[in-house]
Ligand binder design. Structure first.
Ligand code: ADP
Length: 732
């Protein structure tokens, strides 16, 4: 399951990476395209002292375009004196004589030149009307009323000191003011202030002048004073559209990539807010007056609305950056901030849409600027504060701040500092790509961390599962053992009671026989009865002592009294005993042991004696009348047995043997093989006592037997490290 998710996420990642690569390629190509076009459009320039330099002007047939709606031929600008004086122009344009004003056709019929009679009202100054001598930086408006019979009027405005945007009856007219103080070379007001106007149906002519401080033409393409041939203008327009197309492609790329990525991580809101913010930035650039979509003030109104939305979404993006739930106070502040900024944004938008005139007031422009500046500064400080306190996404947040503020102020920067669109486009695309790549890297890191933890978790779960399975198995085994023990206990109890009852019943039988005899029993019979009673009680005593020994051996308190013991010696003593016992019978006991080796082991002498005796007695017991019992003691060289350093005692007989299926059980408690039937006494406890003693000594014991042929009992011990030959160290 988790494997599936991992592979899906990896696939997503590779799709996103490809997408980013494609977008990057498009962006690079577009920037190259923009750069080429930028070079081609620069077929005019200004000299250091501000003189219009037309030496590179190769397109005599097309007019120079001054912003929107204004065009002129270069020679119309120059007086004969200028041409005579500035030889450069003549030299580069192939000795062409410029006839000044030759092609200028100005129709004066029907025009009313207001001239200095026009009075202008500075916006924001209430109803006070002041004649304006010249325009400075700011927004001005004038409402003139004409009789309805007037077809058109020429309005001669006073000298406009700055570059300005002029709206007449809601239609925008781009105008650029003085480009040089060198009046003889370029006197713009002669052309620019003559505006042909058609009054509205009510006879109104509304003039709004918005003066910016575009006073230095520096070759910027669109927003800086625009001067280019028609063919160049076409290229510029194409470049601009290309640039906007790149932004849109980037946006779509971010959207697809982000949607892919956001499926695997939490906190999608920051992604959505960034996308909305970026979208409004693109729209804002699209609604630049140079790429006008809507007529007149609608265009401007829409643009300001977009600007406010852009500001609002950038705020939401910032807010979504700092972690939710970090502290209750933080969450409350976030809630308050969101409501406050939403209200302000709505208020701004409503104000401009209800009272569009406010748009052109200097105070409105100022208020807008303050709103944007405040939003950015406030949010930046919060994000930086957060960056210091939260380690995760440290650089991502910082980069977010940089990208957002650049996007936000990109248009300001571009227009205020005359950054050519090429450079502006390049910076913007560069920033967004860096941001996109970093965002992906951050995601990849987070994803790797997650899958690492996932793996760890999986292996931990595996380990625990294995552990639990093992514990479970142990428990089951213990349970089985307990059941077995319980079974053995029951069996032992019944064996013990049976083995005790049998001799008691016999004893009671003999005693009753003797007691109930009406006549005194013959002495011989009496002795026989008493002998039987003695045998039975000895049998009982043996059984009880075996039981006691077995119980003691099994208790934890029973310890071994270890000391170096010569196996050879101990077994030889027993051999001597049983050898003597066999005298006068057909049975034989033989003994073999190395001469030069005492076969030392570390053991408990008493208990070991019991082991050897039990095995030898069994051999004697389960053999024929003429049986041969061989006792062999030697060193056991097999490295597989107790590390190869062992001593072995083998007791062989050629007696009845043990049926093969019973061999494994002879060491069990109360187990007596079928062969034991032919023999008389025995409790079946002897070999289990032997086994317990051997286990305690860390030794091995096993039986090998062939039914009817005899048995072999092997007893192996670890040899002792003790050496009698070494002299003991003297104690001081
Ligand atoms: P028991 O008191 O019956 O001898 P043991 O525990 O000493 O009990 O022996 C268990 C059984 O193993 C015996 O009953 C016998 O059947 C079998 N057994 C032990 N030693 C020999 C042997 N040397 N030859 C054949 N059978 C043997």
């Amino acid at each position: 399951m988790s494997k599936d998710r991992n592979s899906i996420a990896k696939k997503r990642l590779s799709v996103t990476a490809y997408l980013i690569l494609v977008i990057f390629a498009i962006a690079v190509l577009s920037v190259v395209f923009l750069l080429v076009n930028y070079r081609r459009s620069s077929d005019y320039s200004f000299t250091d002292d501000g003189v219009l330099d037309l030496r590179n002007w190769n397109d005599d047939s097309s007019p120079i375009i001054l912003g929107k709606g204004w065009q002129f031929y270069p020679h119309q600008l120059l007086t004969p004196e200028d041409v005579r004086r500035d030889r450069r122009v003549q030299a580069t344009t192939g000795e062409i004589e410029y006839n000044c004003y030759e092609n200028v056709q100005i129709t004066t019929e029907g025009w009313r030149d207001l001239g200095s009679s026009a009075t202008l009202k500075q916006a924001g100054n209430g109803s006070k009307t002041e004649p304006m001598e010249s325009f400075g930086f700011g927004t001005y408006c004038l409402d003139l009323v004409f009789s309805s019979t007037t077809d058109y009027v020429t309005i001669n405005l006073p000298n406009i000191a700055q570059s300005a945007r002029i709206w007449v009856n809601g239609k925008t007219i781009r105008h650029f003011g003085i480009v040089s103080t060198y009046e003889a070379a370029y006197v713009p007001e002669e052309i620019s202030t003559d505006i042909q106007v058609e009054p509205s149906e009510t006879g109104h002519v509304e003039i709004i002048i918005n003066c910016a401080n575009f006073s230095a033409p520096n070759g910027g393409i669109l927003c800086s004073p625009c001067l280019a041939s028609t063919s160049s203008i076409e290229l510029i327009k194409y470049s601009t559209r290309m640039y906007l197309a790149v932004l849109i492609v980037l946006w779509i790329g971010f959207l697809i990539g982000g949607l892919y990525i956001s499926q695997t991580f939490q906190g999608k809101s920051k992604f959505y807010f960034f996308m909305l913010f970026f979208l409004f930035e693109i729209l804002y650039e699209n609604f630049d007056p140079a790429v006008t979509l809507l007529p007149g003030s609608w265009n401007y109104l829409l643009r300001v609305t977009i600007l406010i939305f852009m500001n609002y979404f950038s705020f939401l993006f910032y807010v979504s950056l700092y972690p939710r739930g970090a502290s209750k106070l933080n969450d409350k502040i976030r809630y308050f901030e969101s409501i406050f900024f939403s209200l302000i944004s709505v208020l701004y938008i409503l104000t401009y849409w209800c009272f569009p005139r406010f748009l052109y007031q200097r105070s409105s422009v100022f208020a807008n600027f303050i709103l944007i500046l405040f939003t950015n500064l406030y949010c930046m400080s919060k994000v930086f504060y957060m960056v210091r306190r939260h380690e995760h996404g440290h650089y991502l947040y910082t980069l977010s701040v940089m990208v957002t503020s650049f996007l936000h102020f990109s248009v300001f920067i571009q227009t205020q500092y005359y950054i050519p669109i090429t450079l502006h486009a390049f910076i913007l695309i560069f920033f967004t790509l860096i941001y996109g790549s970093y965002f992906i890297m951050d995601y990849v890191k987070t994803f790797e961390k997650l899958s690492f933890h996932n793996k760890n978790l999986e292996s931990a779960v595996d380990e625990k599962t294995k552990y639990i399975a093992k514990v479970n198995q142990d428990l089951l085994r213990n349970h089985e053992k307990l059941l077995e023990n319980e079974e053995a206990r029951k069996k032992m109890l019944s064996n013990v009671s049976h083995d005790l009852r049998t001799p008691i019943t016999a004893i009671r039988g003999y005693v009753e026989l003797m007691l109930n005899a009406k006549e005194p029993l013959p002495r011989e019979q009496e002795v026989q009865y008493l002998k039987n009673i003695h045998t039975r009680s000895t049998q009982m005593e043996q059984l009880i002592s075996d039981l006691v020994q077995l119980t003691r051996l099994e208790s934890e308190n029973d310890t071994l009294d270890l000391m170096p013991i010569s196996v050879k010696e101990m077994v030889h003593d027993l051999y001597t005993l049983y050898h003597a016992e066999c005298e006068g019978t057909k049975k034989q006991v033989l003994f073999e042991a190395p001469d030069d080796d005492d076969l030392l082991i570390d053991g408990d002498a008493k208990k070991l004696l019991r082991v050897f005796e039990n095995i030898i007695v069994n051999a004697m017991k389960y053999t024929r009348e003429d049986g041969i019992i061989r006792i062999i003691c030697h060193r056991y060289g097999d490295p597989a047995m107790l590390g190869g350093n062992a001593v072995e005692v083998i007791v062989k007989d050629n007696g009845v043997g043990i049926p093969p299926n019973e061999v494994p059980y002879v060491f069990d408690r109360f187990y007596r093989a079928e062969n034991s039937g032919i023999n008389k006494t025995g409790s079946g406890l002897g070999l289990s006592i032997v086994k317990s003693i051997m286990d305690k000594h860390g030794g091995k014991i096993w039986a090998e037997s062939e039914e009817g042929q005899g048995s072999e009992f092997h007893i192996v011990f670890r040899a002792s490290e003790f050496n009698f030959d070494e002299e003991p160290e003297e104690e001081e």
